[in-house]
Design a protein around this ligand. Sequence first.
Ligand code: PAF
Length: 282
Amino acid sequence: MLIFKTQNELVSHLNSVSNTATSIGFVPTMGALHQGHLSLLKEALQNNSLVVISIFVNPTQFNNPEDLAKYPRTLTSDIEKIKTVSDKIIVYAPSVDDIYEGKTISQHFDFDGLENQMEGKFRPGHFDGVGTIVKRLFEIVQPTNAYFGEKDFQQLQIVKKMVQKTKLPVTVLGCPIFREPNGLAMSSRNERLSEKERNEAAIIFKTLLQTQKLFKTKSSNEVTQIVVKTFENYKNFELEYFQIADEATLLPCIRKSKTKKYRAFIAVFVNNVRLIDTISLN
Ligand code: PAF
């Protein structure tokens, strides 16, 4: 398995195989890999002649220094997990300096307002950081197709917008959320939950499933009130936001329209660990 720590080494390898690599599938990650990431790799392998995964905990997308410091860094076990999918996958695991070359700052982006909703409201600067790193990685890897999990649906829409605005020649694809047997969306942050918290966190997906049913007959506002009430009964959980929004614009649903696609979005703190999830409503 090829593992590159610098963009120079990676790019020179990709150039050397460019005659035979007809398409490059790319999976950007921050490591601490789980089945969800591996499913993205499998999808990429099915549709591309060469697959690259990046493992890089990107400092500019963390608005909370404690979250950055505590983010799991598990390169050795990540590599073992990648090998279980295929030893032909190329790993790019750069240092902060290799990516930011001494200037660890974000570029400022205009994502046509997508950045001002939900995660954008609660994590100032987060999407500038995501846009900066994803654009940088796309420029280095030059993928044909890039794969992102739908758990971070707002991120997926923002990356699509960035590609549309910068005209980078890459197709951005969203892949279904992978869940624990109890329904909890897989996330590297789940590692920080105790077993009890992990079990209790099943309420997040249960609530989203209930939302899907309720939204057939109730307004967005009524559904939101029910969700807020549900979480009042869970003392270890702090609901940061629940929002029903238009999938395309991410603007809150004020009055339902039959021509729009809606999605529920949720962010919950479980003892300082921030979990997000989402579900399509129609
Ligand atoms: O979703 C993630 O893991 C990160 O936000 C990404 C896309 C790898 C950028 O650092």
